[in-house]
Design a protein around this ligand. Structure first.
Ligand code: PMP
Length: 340
């Protein structure tokens, strides 16, 4: 086992895990890529590392500089880790609706947090625009300057998955992958992994698993960006074609309701020991739908983006679920029978 020179060399090379129930129910082999095992505990460590490396390579970030980003949380956590190792500071602009656990993790990782109201992208106060403006101001005032990571439109994000996630899936399956599906936030994971898989296997079927409240399902099925409904999942769903989604088209698209995704999250916890966040539930639900469409005998890969601990106060809080009319699994509530 080689020694790691620093924490950043442990990003990626995550295991591919067979999801037993989903595989048995569909007659397919459904595999989840365990991205929650990255050092920042999410898939976004890959994008964070590639965006910083690319900025360093073109001289967009200077020693002692400040990295600024607008993020639902996970990209910020990844950036804060990279920044610590490479000697930068991190300022994160986050919509106040994101989970308290992610905000706390950002603070523990050394980021400075700016919380803003959650407003649509069309509003100039949206967190992405607020982050871009803040980076412009800090570029003038900070001694080391500032770099706006810009994960939605910075294609170094997608490139991380072209160069790492996709090849890792091909290697782990020895090329026997028939389908890949996941949700899109920036779209980096979906479009980048799809690009690598399609280059190696032109017949591979690529699917989008879209939560309610996202405009992508309508875009890819009817040609119109149109959002309907809403979702309690975080980090996924998109109202526009980001730079990372540009030029990408899925072969299949599914809109997944929260109740379907959550039932899968709870089942994977109780039956397979996988403690996952909501976007992983959307992804596995999508993999099951793709498996049903392709038929038995196929191998389908999806992404297990992050872990349950990041959402304890929401997805795993009976009061939060009940308020939203979502089913509460009996094991989440207080034990009613006295223990022997
Ligand atoms: N799941 C979670 C929990 C996330 O934080 C993100 C990133 N926003 C995604 C999925 C989506 O990844 P991507 O940005 O590559 O589309």
């Amino acid at each position: 086992m080689p020694l790691h020179p620093d924490i950043l060399s442990t990003v990626g090379d995550t295991p591919l895990i067979r999801l037993a129930r989903a595989s048995e129910e569909t007659g397919c082999t459904i595999l989840g890529k365990a991205e929650f095992l990255n050092p920042g505990l999410s898939v976004k460590d890959r994008a964070a590392l590639f965006m910083v490396r690319e900025a360093e390579a073109r001289g967009a970030i200077r020693p002692g500089g400040t990295i600024v980003e607008g993020t639902a949380g996970n990209t910020g956590i990844g950036l804060a880790l990279v920044a610590a190792v490479r000697g930068y500071r991190t300022v994160i602009v986050i919509p106040e609706t994101q989970s308290a656990e992610k905000k706390e993790t950002l603070r523990l990782a050394g980021a400075r947090l700016v919380e803003v109201p959650a407003v649509p992208f069309a509003n100039p106060n949206n967190y992405v625009h607020a982050a871009r403006r803040l980076a412009g101001r800090l570029a003038e005032s900070e001694p080391g300057g500032a770099f706006f990571a810009d994960q939605f439109d910075n294609v170094a994000n997608r490139q991380a998955h072209v160069e790492t996630t996709g090849p890792e899936i091909l290697a782990a399956t020895e090329g026997r992958v028939d389908g890949f599906i996941c949700a899109a936030g920036t779209g980096g994971t979906l479009a980048g992994t799809a690009q690598a898989l399609r280059a190696a296997k032109p017949d591979v079927r690529i699917g989008l698993a879209d939560p309610e409240g996202s405009a992508l399902y309508a875009h890819y099925t009817t040609g119109t960006l149109k959002a309907e409904g809403s979702s309690i999942t975080e980090g996924i769903g998109q109202g526009r074609i980001t730079g990372n989604l540009a030029g990408f088209t899925p072969d299949h698209a599914y809109r997944i309701p929260d109740a379907e995704a959550l039932a899968i999250v709870f089942r994977l916890m109780r039956e397979e020991g996988l403690s996952l966040g909501g976007s992983s539930g959307i992804n596995v639900a999508g993999a099951i739908r793709l498996a049903r469409e392709l038929g038995p005998g196929h191998t389908i890969v999806t992404i297990l983006c992050d872990g349950a601990a990041r959402y304890a106060s929401k997805l795993f809080n009976p009061a939060f679920l009940a308020e939203r009319g979502l089913p509460v699994p009996d094991w989440l509530g207080p034990a009613t029978d006295p223990l022997p």
